[in-house]
Design a protein around this ligand. Structure first.
Ligand SMILES: Cc1cc2nc3c(=O)[nH]c(=O)nc-3n(C[C@H](O)[C@H](O)[C@H](O)COP(=O)(O)OP(=O)(O)OC[C@H]3O[C@@H](n4cnc5c(N)ncnc54)[C@H](O)[C@@H]3O)c2cc1C
Length: 351
């Protein structure tokens, strides 16, 4: 039976970003994916690094701050290792809110129209965030190459079927045979409870579409409300999302959902009436009971990093840093208590 230093279940952004950190620290890492790496939620994402979205829970702040600070280093190491650059597509977001707070600088209608010509602002107050986005498909194309170049063994189309802890590590049964490993990380996204059944994580489905507008580029900043977002991709392409649905592991694309989403985008930015739908897709966010990530040590040799819900792209470098610190025996550089499994026991006792 082959022995692995660190085994990771899941070749999404959380598993692969952590694999990169551990490889940089000299660990021999093997990451398994039941399908192709970066083909699930991490490819479906809009790619917004929305660390300052007013919808974000307060508990995310420290992890978001760390992750955003690590992003330039993360993308440049992916570029160095893969030879492919992930271009930043937008650097500004117009965030719409129903009720303005005193501390927010609300833009005038004229200011909004400069940034998003033609936007229908009825019922919304907009403010400006200096926030970046990239195309998740760009990262999905090069992160697996980067990880392999860093010395990580990436085993696509290999499911981890079960994990048993013993005195010295873990025993893994996979569809490619049995392995032992000194440490194990469950980063299997929406599927993570299949390996740790007590995890309160479910798939939260999102429909997305990309629309194409003929002619010159008409908007180069993200236009976002709590209802819909429109993310420019360059060359007249705009990614529109999302829906939020509880549909189990169903990934089918339904016409009424796409139609509803597109209509919301047209209501916000009527310019899109002239657009054609170029692509449609769905993805399954890993959603925990309280919507926060679950980052924890679940045994002497086992860790979990899942439940990143709407923000897993933004939170990946920070998650990778703290989880790898923990696996390497160091103290994680931020307080992870909001993300530990014990919070669900407390909720059960107090309810
Ligand atoms: C529509 C949509 C829009 C989003 N937009 C954004 C955004 O703009 N910004 C942002 O920050 N986040 C966004 N997100 C959230 C983000 O995509 C997720 O939080 C993130 O991708 C989760 O990463 P992950 O690695 O945990 O999961 P995944 O990418 O789903 O990866 C998990 C992997 O584990 C594999 N796996 C599962 N079980 C096993 C097993 N037993 N053995 C081996 N492999 C296994 C799967 O095949 C999968 O590849 C969005 C998500 C969706 C769906």
């Amino acid at each position: 039976m082959s022995h692995l230093d660190v085994a990771i279940a899941g070749g999404g952004i959380i598993g692969l970003a952590t694999a990169l950190e551990l490889a940089a620290a000299g660990r021999k890492v093997t990451a398994f994916d039941k399908g192709e790496a970066m083909s699930e939620a991490s490819r479906a994402a809009a790619g917004m690094l929305a660390g300052n979205d007013p919808e974000n829970p307060r508990e995310l702040r420290a992890l978001a701050r760390l992750s955003l600070a690590l992003y330039p280093e993360f993308l440049s190491s992916v570029e160095r290792l893969s030879g492919v650059r992930v271009p930043i597509r937008t650097t500004r977001t117009l965030q719409g809110v129903k009720h303005a707070t005193a501390s927010t600088h609300i833009l005038s209608e004229a200011e909004v129209q400069v940034l998003a010509p033609g936007a229908d602002t009825t019922g919304w107050h907009f403010f400006l965030l200096h926030e970046q986005s990239f195309d998740a498909w760009d990262l999905a194309e090069c992160l697996p190459t980067a990880v392999r170049a860093a010395g990580v063994e990436l085993r696509d189309r290999t499911s981890i079927v079960s994990v048993r802890e013993n005195k010295t590590g873990v025993h893994l049964d996979t569809t490619a045979g049995a392995f032992s490993a000194s440490s194990f990380l469950n980063a299997a996204g929406a599927w993570s409870p299949q390996l740790d059944p007590s995890l309160p994580v479910v798939p939260r489905k999102g429909h997305m579409l990309t629309a194409e507008l003929p002619g010159p580029v008409q908007m180069d900043c993200v236009l976002r409300t709590d209802n819909v977002y429109i993310v420019p991709r360059g060359q007249g392409r705009y990614t529109i999302g999302p829906t939020l649905e509880d549909a189990g592991f169903d990934k089918e694309i339904y016409a009424d959902r796409i139609h509803g989403l597109f209509q919301k985008a047209i209501d916000l930015w009527p310019v899109l009436r002239d657009a054609r739908i170029a692509e449609t897709w769905t993805g399954l966010r890993p959603g925990s009971d309280d919507g926060l990530p679950i980052l924890d040590r679940t045994g002497d040799h086992r860790w979990v990093a899942t439940g990143h819900f709407k923000n897993g792209i933004m939170l990946a470098p920070g998650t990778a840093r703290v989880v790898s610190q923990w696996i390497l025996g160091a103290k994680p550089s931020i307080d992870l208590s909001p993300f530990r499994c014990a919070r669900f026991d407390t909720a059960a006792v107090s309810s």
